[in-house]
Design a protein around this ligand. Structure first.
Ligand code: 2P0
Length: 332
């Protein structure tokens, strides 16, 4: 039997961010988070397990990867193979349509696709909850990419992590007018990974406890904003939540500053647009790119204004996207 399968996963951007782990082995977060799965940033991954293979092979965006990057994928394959009796080597080929490690959640779509493809290649059938938990073990944010639309990752409280998984708040067709303008400032890989960065923040930022104190309220307001399609509330909470997370990063010792000067230029332009009556808000992750939230009616005007800024190298437009899914169109 051919033990091969392919999955496509969309990336997601958090509206209420995940930053900090209470358990690094199981990837259990200190706080719950909420995200929007994106329709146009995705990763396609083919996994084949084969007794004939003499080693694991991992190819990401056309390049064979080694070292830590390969080890992380192989560790995940080992985890998936706990469902079967015999462990064999695998070939993994993965392609994303956006730059990796640049603050665009490539590990989210990457590990969500790897999990579904791997599990299917092993001929296992898991529930969405189980897939979310397994994806979480690869990368925390991947737990949310398993589902489409608007998603909450419940932090859970059980030590084994069995209640720390994503659930769907609303499907992707609930609010198709909600738009995200992803501005690309730099495609350089970041110097401090999210994993290392969040661990340092938890240990050293005096603002980290204050961050945690505000999360429950942000989560509740964000859920209300999504279900009632209250764009102003969604934007205000998302922007404020992102700035609070970055305040914990900036006050980490040594400091973690993902912003570039271009990031600030765009953030200020968003505030100016708002002062001019165009409803838009920004959010940022562990990288310099600024993502602008707006409604479809304002999209063209905001996009053309932002496009005029010298610091913007590229722009991608996203709307709420679908859950991770299987395809027969294999990469090899
Ligand atoms: C998020 N980020 O909620 C936050 C906001 C970055 C800033 O999830 O260590 O790559 O693999 O669990 O999932 C990025 O962290 O970290 C992230 P690991 P991950 O989207």
């Amino acid at each position: 039997m051919l033990m091969k399968a392919t999955a496509i996963a969309n990336s997601n951007i958090a509206l209420v961010k995940y930053w900090g782990k209470r358990n690094s082995d199981l990837i259990l977060p200190y706080n719950s988070s909420i995200s929007m799965t994106l329709d146009s940033l995705n990763t396609k991954t083919t996994v084949e397990f084969n007794k004939e293979f003499s080693d694991n092979e991992v190819i990401i965006n056309g390049k064979t990867v080694e070292g830590e990057e390969k080890a992380r994928v192989v560790h995940h394959l080992d985890l998936l193979q706990e469902f079967v009796t015999e462990k064999v080597f695998a070939k993994v080929k993965s392609e994303s349509n956006f730059p990796k490690k640049a603050g665009l959640a490539s590990s989210a779509s990457g590990f969500a696709a790897l999990t579904l493809a791997g599990i299917k290649a092993l001929d296992q059938n898991l529930t969405t909850k189980e897939l979310s938990i397994l994806s979480r073990r690869g990368s925390g944010s991947a737990s949310r990419s398993v589902l489409g639309g608007f998603v909450e990752w419940n932090k859970g409280s059980l030590p084994d992590g069995s209640d720390s998984h994503a659930i769907q708040i609303e499907k992707e067709d609930h609010w198709p007018e909600l738009s995200m303008i992803v501005t690309i400032i730099s495609t350089e890989e970041k110097k401090v990974s999210s994993r290392v960065g969040m661990s340092q923040t938890v240990k050293t930022s005096p603002f980290y406890p204050a961050w945690l104190d505000t999360i429950e309220s942000d989560v509740e307001k964000m859920k209300k904003a999504i279900s009632q399609k209250d764009f102003v509330l969604l934007g205000q909470i998302a922007e404020n939540n992102a700035l609070k997370m970055h305040a914990t990063m900036h006050t980490t010792v040594p400091p973690i500053i993902y912003w570039e000067s271009g990031s600030l230029t765009i953030m200020k332009e968003v505030i100016t647009l708002r002062e001019e009556g165009k409803e838009c808000y920004f959010t940022m992750d562990a990288g310099p790119q600024v993502k602008i939230l707006c409604l479809e009616d304002d999209l063209e005007v905001i996009k053309s204004r932002v496009n005029k800024l010298d610091v913007v190298r590229d722009i991608m437009i996203c709307h709420p996207g679908k859950q991770t899914s299987l395809t027969d169109d294999h990469l090899f």
